[in-house]
Ligand binder design. Structure first.
Ligand code: UDP
Length: 435
């Protein structure tokens, strides 16, 4: 079987009320009510690891609670498929290189197989919400009459142009394309089909619930960190674009001014669709060398939600030094816990952090080091910045807003008598094969 449904824990939208702006919950309730008889399916390629799984874990049951029966489908992949889609991810974020015709064909063929099985099982929701490149070809391959939204969570500020051209025919088969920031929308798409919905966090997840300081300190100590000494930390998959090497360089430079500072890099390797993580981890380990104050965590047995939450809350400086970042939920999570965050000046991080007020934006390891030293030397300023950060998340980046945005979009699409047809689609691989 090439897909499965993910079981989620039921959630009630009203339980968000103590945290969320009331107008967002009212909008979600109204849109959800109009969709009581509808069925929606989200599709991605992993149930664990990374921001999309994090969002779907909460968004799926919350949508169901508001009205439409909502499910979460995960498509399975082979190693070859995930190597291709990881490369697609990198190319869309601007890496050099290309996708060969053979790779494009295997990528599409895999999705054709998924689409065949979906049809064979008679799975037929009112609206499909496909996430990221792994599922994009389904926009063209799902049964005729399907209403399809494709969500791109990637930072496409400077994409690899030939690859965009290979994928645009699929993107055009979706009735709506959702991006996290306005400038991510590729110009080849009809602007009327594009919507901007940045992701958000669920404030009710244990990971996002601030804990008593003593608890946090206990968790950090159990992780081998010295709670009497300052801590810089980054929580992120081990991935080229998250620049873990730059974080180590920044830590080393900061250590010259604050000799007892420690560094934690936490990136649990579990997402099946991220085959590069082990290689990245090895080079990061080599870059860290024998420094006993650099702590790396990658094993799911040693770092789960508790540890992620503790690091984000307990670190003196949280870093997210990405070079590209579609959005960066780790930034939101740390800001929500009132921690000062230093973020790479790119993509979704730039949207979240107001430089100098709710965090710092930096363009180099050296700048990151300077800001870290400032924050370590001025804990009062760090605390004030963290509080401003928390308030900025409340209005813009809690799950209530994402819930309202998706329900409104699904309602809009479901209510159209006949959305523009997805007819006569001949995908680029067959076109190339014919020529
Ligand atoms: N995360 C986690 N453990 C890790 C690394 C990341 O639970 O070791 C979570 C993190 O808390 C966040 C998500 O995975 O909820 C990462 O989302 P983000 O948007 O920051 O980045 P992505 O991985 O999607 O590029």
């Amino acid at each position: 079987m090439s897909f499965d449904f993910v079981q989620t824990t039921p959630k009630s939208a009203s339980s968000l009320a103590p945290h969320a702006p009331a107008h967002q919950l009212a909008l979600a309730a109204e849109a959800g009510d109009a969709l009581r008889d509808a069925r929606v399916i989200h599709v991605n390629s992993t149930a664990v690891g990374g921001g999309v799984a994090e969002v779907l874990k909460s968004l799926t049951p919350l949508m169901s609670d508001c009205g439409p029966e909502t499910d979460w489908m995960v498509i399975h992949g082979t190693d070859d498929f995930f190597e291709i889609t990881k490369r697609l991810h990198n190319l869309l974020q601007g890496a050099d290189g290309e996708l060969s015709q053979g790779e494009l064909e295997r990528y599409v063929a895999h999705n054709e197989n998924v689409a065949r099985q979906i049809a064979a099982h008679g799975v037929s929701p009112d609206v499909w919400v496909l996430h990221d490149p792994q599922t994009l070809p389904l926009a063209a391959l799902l049964p005729a009459g399907s209403r399809v939204i494709w969500v791109c969570h990637i930072d496409t500020t400077l994409p690899n142009r030939p690859v965009i051209e290979q994928l645009v025919p699929f993107m055009r088969q979706a009735h709506r394309v959702v991006v996290s920031l306005p400038h991510y929308a590729v110009p080849d798409l009809d602007p009327a089909a594009v919507r901007v919905i940045p992701p958000a966090i669920d404030p009710l997840l244990p990971k996002n619930t601030p804990r008593p300081d003593a608890d946090v300190q206990r968790t950090l100590a159990a992780m081998g960190l010295d709670t009497g000494r300052p801590l810089m930390a980054q929580v992120s998959r081990f991935d080229y674009w998250k620049d873990p090497w730059g974080v180590i360089d920044a830590y080393r430079e900061a250590k010259q001014s604050v000799p007892d500072v420690q560094l934690a890099l936490l990136g649990v390797i579990e997402a099946k669709d991220d085959p590069e993580a082990f290689d990245v981890l090895e080079t990061v380990r080599a870059h860290a060398g024998a420094d006993p104050d650099v702590h790396l965590y990658s094993d799911p047995a040693e770092a789960g939600e508790l540890e992620v939450g503790a690091i984000q809350q307990g670190a003196d400086v949280v870093i997210q030094k990405s070079l590209r970042e579609g959005f960066g939920l780790t930034v939101t999570e740390a800001m929500w816990k009132g921690s000062p965050v230093i973020g790479g000046n790119c993509g979704g991080i730039r949207t979240q952090i107001t430089d100098g007020r709710t965090g710092y934006l930096v363009d180099s390891p050296s700048e990151c080091a300077q800001r870290a030293v400032d924050l370590l030397r001025e804990p009062e300023e760090a605390r004030r910045m963290g509080q401003a950060a928390r308030e900025s998340v409340r209005e813009r980046f809690l799950m209530s807003r994402v819930l309202a945005d998706y329900l409104s979009l699904v309602r809009e699409l479901a209510s159209q008598a006949s959305p523009s047809p997805r007819l006569n689609f001949s995908h680029p691989t067959s076109a190339a094969a014919d020529s």
